[in-house]
Design a protein around this ligand. Structure first.
Ligand code: MRU
Ligand code: ZN
Length: 219
């Protein structure tokens, strides 16, 4: 199919780029994009499991800076929808799979210390357990004393190998997955919700980290 058949409305693309720029600047100010790590995407236009498009950060950019080449539009297979010299994020296939499985509107990925440490601490369990912490509600789970298990998948240098690991563990009730000693992927119906989910996960990782540490001081 030609690029022409994939073109979304210009205003939809511009809105997506503006949303990405806003989130990118905020997350960068929190130190969540160390060493060019992390990637962000926002879906553009309607969702159909076999055909959708999203705006995603270009690979290897300094995400604390704004440049004219920060984003590009790709299709459901991660291929650019327009002629460009930009390369989509190296982890674009992970975004493709999460969109395909969830129909999400936005996906945010960061590398934080807490997500890295906690993913290794609970690696043998393959999930991070959290019970009754108020900010579980930030993930859209409102039951009393809710218990969640945040899945952890192995990290491989070969990104296509990570994709089926995510397919296997993705829980439609829980909008996130940890990559072992790598970082967190969180998603939502739109950029607002994906940001709320990512921030809630980060809070929970820090909570669990500190709680585990504090517990060790009990005699
Ligand atoms: C430079 S370390 C981070 C990368 O290996 C990767 O994990 C990452 O999150 C960013 O890759 P990118 O291709 O810029 O989207
Ligand atoms: Zn990454």
């Amino acid at each position: 199919m030609s690029f022409q058949e994939f073109q979304p409305k210009l205003e939809d693309k511009q809105r997506a780029y503006a949303e990405l720029a806003e989130v990118k600047e905020l997350f960068a100010s929190r130190g969540w994009f160390a060493g060019t790590s992390g990637n962000l995407s926002v879906r553009v236009g309607d969702y159909n499991p076999g055909s959708f498009q999203f705006a995603i950060t270009a690979s290897g950019k300094d995400k604390s800076k704004h440049t004219p080449g920060d984003y590009l539009l790709v299709d459901q297979n991660g291929k650019p929808c327009e002629s460009t010299a930009l390369k989509p994020s190296a982890e674009t296939l992970i975004h493709c799979e999460i969109y395909r499985l969830t129909g999400a509107g936005a996906i945010f990925h960061i590398h934080s210390i807490f997500s890295n440490v906690i993913s290794e601490w609970f690696w043998e369990r393959r999930s991070v357990p959290v019970t009754g912490v108020e900010l579980i509600k930030g993930l859209g789970i409102w039951e009393e004393e809710a218990h969640i298990e945040i899945p952890i998948v192995p990290n491989f240098a070969d990104i296509p190998r990570i994709v089926p690991e995510i397919t296997d563990v993705l829980n439609p009730r829980l909008p996130g997955v940890l990559l072992r000693k790598h970082g967190i992927y969180a998603w939502g119906a739109d950029a607002f919700e994906a940001k709320r989910h990512l921030e809630s996960f980060e809070f929970l990782f820090e909570y669990v980290y500190r709680w585990e540490l504090l517990n060790k001081t009990r005699s």
